[in-house]
Design a protein around this ligand. Sequence first.
Ligand code: KG4
Ligand code: ZN
Length: 339
Amino acid sequence: MKKSYLIAFESSCDDTAVAIIDADGRVLADVVHSQIAPHALYGGVVPEIASRHHLGRIAELTKQALQDAQISREDIGVVAATVAPGLIGALLVGAQFAKGFAQGLGVPFVGVHHIEGHVMAGANEADFPKGSFVALIASGGHSALYQVSVPFSIKLLGETRDDAAGEAFDKIARMLGLGYPGGKVIDELADKGDAARFPLPTALKMHTSYDFSFSGLKTAAKLLIAKLMKDGANIEGQLLYDVCASVRFAVVEALLRKAFLACRRLQIDNLVLGGGVAANSLLRSRAMQLGKDENIHVFLPAKNRCTDNAVMIALAAQRRVALGQFDALDVMVQSTREL
Ligand code: KG4
Ligand code: ZN
């Protein structure tokens, strides 16, 4: 069928991703190139290096996606790309490439908000909520709670007042010499550890706010690591596992406490998790358990749809297409923008 496919591009940070979906939201192509190596040397993402790598990869990834989907360019009916928020140079590469693609094909363009993408990452799954839900989005750049209502509106309920949850994981991982990005490594090591060994603080416990704060945890972890080292310990083996387990437990508690508080208070019985930190194994298992205890349906996207990908951008764009919400080709990319 001609012109019934949607192609989407994601390049807001250090992943270059291209996806193609059909009119029913079925994924025909999902390619992601993660630039871990060029940034690992610096312990974090270097914006200019990210832009250059996006530029070097995007054309070949697009070819790959078309090949995987077994369609030709002429079968594409809509082009979408992340336009905000993110690293400005990185966003520009994906968005300008996408706009050129749309103009060349003479088809409409949709500019997508990256967080809306994370919210919609599982929208093509059978058990994705059909009605209203609370969304907990925790990634390297954002940690926030949203109330999503149907027909579609997204309202911010609360967000981090300092570091994002993934950023806290990454910074603590760096203190422990675990490399970048560190969330996944801490998660794996924590599986072998005892989370009760080093009780770490979870900030903003009060029931009056949906906000998070992770800078106190970061400082507590820093002081703990310094004390252990002063006492002559090498932070490795079981000690390392226990530190990782304690850190993971504190982050997960902080996130889920507010997410379930929002569900209870707003009487919404659907919770959707998203963003890279939603790949965390304790966050996933605790969320499922609490959901069972509190009779709240918890939707978890597949782990590879939690971290940055273009399928989530395609699905968010598809919802806009259904409402006829297209963007002009002069739509600007923005490093920050409210949802
Ligand atoms: O959503 P994402 O891919 O990019 C942003 O939009 O930021 O999230 C990346 C973040 C990083 O901070 C990374 O350490 C964290 O997600 N992350 C994890 C896990 N996998 C990725 N954090 C905890 N546990 C994981 N398994
Ligand atoms: Zn993201």
